[in-house]
Design a protein around this ligand. Structure first.
Ligand SMILES: Cc1ncc(COP(=O)(O)O)c(C=O)c1O
Length: 291
């Protein structure tokens, strides 16, 4: 059971195992999976809950773990966008049975390509190492059908260097987000990101929800003003052509609402105050021009 409001890799990771993703809805305040929509979907086939720590913010993990414990399910965090994010004093990636991080170049930290799995379960770690190395734990003896998921030493070296700077990058993203929040707080028709006090949001994306005009018109307007935008994500996974072809279904009204109304604005650590002021000014102008 996962969220349909995510990058397709989340759903695909379920399909790779031979399982079928079942989609819950999202909490419109945080855009992460809504724990209250999970339990009704659980059947005797359900194996795991896969929350996505979307945009750099944790889902409500206490509630999710409680449901998982009650039904004997595993919890796997997709923390691809949330390096350094925290939930009630604990790091994401350490909140379930396993966590997955992406080091793709646009992420809060990178190794050029690649990722890691985090877990405190020795057995799981052992199996992951075996899968990574063509299914072998002893050289040239293969007990499983594995893969080549090795990280190169060059990528690992980049990752080690990035570990020295990730906290500073995240601090800058958070400061940029706070500046944008302040500048946009009274703009008509714009809902700024929500972050609870006991969560540390690391703003992989700074995503607003626009309540007037058409989202795509906002995107065009901001593009003309020279502001880079992104839409994360325009199509709930169950409406992706390949998922429809595979007969994977879903219905998540709040995910659909978000898919039609969100826009991500620049928040990356290299932005200057002048850049941020330009973004705020352009969003204000967009708001004035749409009803
Ligand atoms: C939420 C989410 N899950 C999974 C992935 C997949 O990560 P990767 O591209 O490193 O395989 C990404 C990003 O690419 C992502 O944003």
């Amino acid at each position: 059971i996962s969220t349909p409001f995510t990058f397709i890799a989340t759903g695909n990771s379920i399909i790779y195992t031979g399982a079928t993703p079942v989609f819950a809805d999202i909490d419109l305040k945080t855009y992460t999976i809504d724990p209250d929509s999970i339990e009704a979907l659980i059947t005797d086939k359900t194996k795991a809950i896969l929350p996505v720590q979307l945009y750099g913010q944790s889902a409500d993990m206490d509630k999710i773990n409680e449901i998982a414990d009650k039904h004997g399910l595993k919890v796997i965090e997709d923390a691809a966008q949330a390096h350094g994010a925290m939930y009630k004093g604990k790091n994401v990636g350490a909140l379930g049975d396993a966590g997955c991080f992406s080091f793709y170049p646009t992420k809060n930290m990178t190794t050029s390509e690649g990722g890691i799995i985090t877990t405190d379960d020795e057995e799981l770690a052992k199996r992951a190492r075996i899968f990574r190395a063509h299914g072998s734990s002893i050289k040239y003896t293969h007990d499983e059908i594995g893969y080549n998921f090795r990280m190169t030493d060059i990528s690992a070296a980049i990752g080690l260097a990035q570990l020295n700077v990730i906290d500073g990058f995240n601090d800058k993203r958070i400061a940029n987000a706070e500046y944008l929040n302040e500048g946009l707080k009274d703009v008509d028709g714009v809902v700024t990101p929500y972050s609870a006090d006991d969560f540390k949001h690391v703003y992989h994306q700074y995503t607003i929800l626009v309540e007037k005009g058409k989202r795509d018109d906002w995107v065009d307007f901001l593009t003309q003003k020279g502001i880079g935008t992104g839409v994360h994500y325009p199509i709930p996974l169950y409406n992706q052509p390949i998922y429809k072809k595979l007969g994977i279904e879903g219905s998540a009204p709040d995910a659909e609402l978000a898919a039609n109304h969100v826009i991500s604005l620049p928040v990356h650590p290299s932005l200057t105050q002048e850049d941020l002021d330009l973004v705020i000014d352009a969003v204000k102008q967009a708001s004035d021009s749409f009803n």
